[in-house]
Design a binder for this molecule. Sequence first.
Ligand code: AQP
Length: 328
Amino acid sequence: MKRVLSGIQPSGQLTLGNYIGAMQNFVRLQETHECFFMVVDLHAITVPQEPAALREQSEAVAALFIAAGIDPAKASVFMQSHVPAHAELGWLFTTLAYMGELERMTQFKDKSSGKDSVGAGLFVYPTLMAADILLYNADLVPVGDDQKQHLELTRDLGHRFNARFGDYFTIPEPYIPKVGARIMSLDDASKKMSKSNPNPASYIALLDPPDVIRKKLSRATTDSGRDVIYNPAEKPEISNLMSIYSHCSGLSLEEIQAKYEGQGYGAFKKDLAEHVVATLEPLQQRYREIRESGEIHAILKQGAERVAEVANKTVRDVKERMGFLPAR
Ligand code: AQP
């Protein structure tokens, strides 16, 4: 069975972008693959996090995995920091990566631009991500379009290690959904919808109450004109709302276009809000039940124990190949 690995940062409230671009695929893949899904808290601290908020968001993301339909009997769900092998291999990989290739990462450029001081962790973020993936010799990595460049670097580091120390790592392939790989911001379709955007009106959080969802979508930016037409180059704002509509309703983009012909944006946005609310309501209900039961802690413990066996073996093998003196 092929292995799948992916993670989500507890760096804010999960958004509809994370759900469509990542979690929905996780749920599908667990049926056919051996899956490892983690909350990447070590990645989250590459930008400053308030400790109490980090703790709360970490538990919330783990509970949302389960609420979205990830079944801990089929997939391993765990916190990255509960498996120290991630940090250890991450360090080893910083010694394999070149400054120049890390400097080219667009996520680093975006997140560091305009900042006076930028943490070194943000710079080496991709080497930790490479460690996350290669630790489990994952074949497939389901990610949104935004993570494609990091995955390319993971592949390069895997090849580099294999060339220098002998064939060891499986070189992973990205698994990127065709539609929904990049859900854009509600206030500006040139930027991706992001949980760390300081403006909450720019995203739909998975835990937003129905009325908040309705309000955010009714105020979402639209293009000039009034036709509901899918054309990302000329009508980026409405095209983005149409992909969200398509995901939440199951209708194709052509069907949506035909349905709203001659009706303008108002009717479209109103129905869109109802489809998003109907998609998120059952997930929110399950989320509340999981948080109240406290069961998430046992799920995370079991997940970490299961994956640590694989991860620790990889670190042992890698250190041996790199020439570390084993402890006796
Ligand atoms: N807007 C998006 N559309 C489609 N997929 C998306 N993903 C994120 N945003 C979108 C996918 O969600 C997964 C988890 O992402 P992450 O938490 O590791 O970090 P990210 O990609 O940087 O996502 P955010 O929400 O923008 O987080 P912040 O704001 O903290 O940086 C990934 O598979 C990602 O592709």
